[in-house]
Design a protein around this ligand. Structure first.
Ligand code: CO
Length: 208
């Protein structure tokens, strides 16, 4: 792609926005008050705004390889804290996607260098759900299920944080687990039972 095209596209976008709302950028510059925090995969095919049909200002976004919520990752933890404590989002979404290269790479027995410690989090998800996953003979279906279980475990990781626990008791913040089906474009709600997870997480991880 000719990079110059990006700036031409940008000019078109500005014209389009101003044609439908002459004060569009004035409003945008005033500040943000997003309703939710979206944590998704960095995969170039999975663009948060496009697949949800939302506009700038509606979601605070964090993306990394395989949509992980790692306890010691200062990046995701800073995003989480800012979104919950300052922007006061009411919903947090972890959105994985089928055919996730990160999930597949995690299960490949090769040295991936700096990616090893990152992807190990996914191997840990596999270990936690080994019996269920090993019971799925179709390899593609097993990966699809690992994608879903990875989303679920990242929701658990969110619920382990003080930020999420406090915001739940203060204003009823909710955590959701979704999967984007890259083959059909459909967004699937995994129906994560937030309250049930919160209850058992709090037995050990209550810090609020
Ligand atoms: Co991915």
């Amino acid at each position: 792609m000719d990079l110059q095209q990006v700036f031409i596209n940008n000019e078109h976008w500005i014209k389009e926005k101003l044609a439908s709302d002459p004060a569009y950028f004035e409003h945008l510059a005033k500040g943000q008050s997003p309703e939710f925090l979206y944590i998704g995969c960095s995969d170039s095919r999975v663009t948060a705004e496009d697949l949800m049909g939302i506009k700038p200002g509606e979601a605070f976004i964090h993306r990394n390889i395989a949509n992980l919520v790692n306890n010691v990752d200062l990046n995701v933890m800073s995003v989480l804290n800012y979104a919950v404590k300052h922007l006061k989002v009411n919903h947090i979404v972890v959105c994985g996607h089928y055919a996730c290269g990160g999930v597949k790479a995690a299960m490949t027995p090769i040295d991936m260098g700096i990616l090893n410690p990152w992807l190990r989090n996914i191997r840990d998800v596999y270990r936690l759900h080994k019996d269920e996953l090993n019971g799925i003979t179709d390899e593609e279906k097993r990966y699809d299920r690992l994608v879903e279980l990875n989303v679920q475990e990242q929701c658990v990781n969110l619920i382990k944080t003080a930020a999420v626990q406090q915001a739940y008791y203060e204003r009823g913040l909710q955590v959701h687990g979704w999967v984007f089906d890259i083959h059909t474009g459909r967004l699937i709600d995994l129906q994560i039972d937030f309250l049930k997870i919160l209850k058992w997480v709090e037995e050990i991880y209550k810090i609020s």
